[in-house]
Design a protein around this ligand. Structure first.
Ligand SMILES: N[C@@H](CCC(=O)N[C@@H](CS)C(=O)NCC(=O)O)C(=O)O
Length: 301
């Protein structure tokens, strides 16, 4: 009989919530010990359970693990929620790190003084809309292939298409349709403002020059269902978690992100996730003032 992983943290989201999400999405049952008193926390320290004196802590496979990202990465590998090779894996790490950064801002906002809190939450929604969600929504192509040769050839090809079109404005207008995401890529090779994304169509929608699926693949209309490698991964799970978290701050946050909306619906429907989203699951509510008070009391800050 294998023992269930045991999670040790406060009775709230904080840094443990993504770990709960990952396990639940992987269909893994787990136990939780909630830290409710300073004595409990001090005992964990005395027993040498907390490598750097911090939680989250997870007991699994005969190990006592701390450090959120390390734990998530171990779980993703163990429960087949990673990529098939190093390139897919680093993309999953990159996406997951981004969404974790966004969610950490939200977790920390709960601990801000009341007069700063509102402004902080507004800033988080703004960052989600301008920095994080556009990166996932983008139907761009080159930037997350992480393949410089392909990136360069994509740029060169776009430049050829654009210079050809420059002589023929009416044809450009007819073919361009509404320009998507003026300013284009988040990467080094930005599309000039106003240039149409149809240039990408010339490359083959959702494909890089070599015919491999490209970056925008999952979230474009011709694409695949998942962020990386057409396989359900840690990146998908955490993006959904982040979307739902920001929606709690602004229910309309996805109004300009139709592909993310579809992604949300798709991923929420995966049976293990659907179950986790039901009331009564180990999913925790947003941090309230009681939670903040308890954590402050235990950690004495
Ligand atoms: N890098 C660590 C940071 C962990 C961390 O800051 N944990 C907080 C609770 S959410 C803590 O234990 N703080 C007590 C302390 O730093 O002394 C991680 O990601 O797990």
């Amino acid at each position: 009989m294998t023992t269930k992983p045991k999670l040790c943290y406060f009775r709230g989201r904080g840094r443990m919530e993504s770990i709960r999400w990952l396990l639940a999405a992987g269909g893994v049952e787990f136990e939780e010990e909630f830290i409710e008193t300073t004595e409990q926390y001090e005992k964990l320290q005395k027993d040498g359970c907390l490598l750097f004196g911090q939680v989250p802590m997870v007991e699994i496979d005969g190990m006592v693990l701390t450090q959120t990202r390390a734990i998530l990465s171990y779980l993703a590998a163990k429960y087949d929620l990673y990529g098939k090779d190093l390139k897919e894996t680093v993309r999953i790490n990159m996406y997951a790190d981004g969404t974790l950064d966004l969610m950490m801002m939200t977790a920390q906002a709960a601990f801000k003084p009341p007069e700063e809190k509102e402004e902080n939450l507004t800033l988080i929604v703004k960052k989600a809309k301008t920095r994080y969600f556009p990166a996932f929504e983008k139907v761009g192509g080159y930037h997350s292939t992480l393949d410089l040769t392909e990136a360069l050839s994509w740029r060169a090809r776009c430049a050829r298409v654009l210079s050809r079109e420059a002589g023929s404005p009416s044809e450009t207008a007819a073919r361009a349709g509404p320009a998507r995401g003026a300013g284009g890529g988040a990467g080094v090779f930005k599309r000039p403002a106003g240039t149409p994304s149809y240039a990408r169509g010339e490359l083959g929608a959702g494909r890089t020059r070599s015919g491999k699926p490209s970056a925008g693949k999952i979230l474009n209309d011709h694409g695949e269902d998942f962020l990386v490698g057409n396989k359900f991964s840690w990146a998908d799970i955490q993006l959904l978690e982040a979307i739902l978290m920001v929606e709690e701050l602004d229910a309309s946050v996805l109004s300009d992100f139709p592909l993310l909306k579809a992604f949300k619906a798709r991923i929420s429907n995966i049976p293990t996730i659907k179950k986790f989203l039901q009331p009564g699951s180990p999913r925790k509510p947003p941090s309230d003032s009681h939670y903040v008070e308890v954590v402050r009391g235990i950690l004495q800050f």
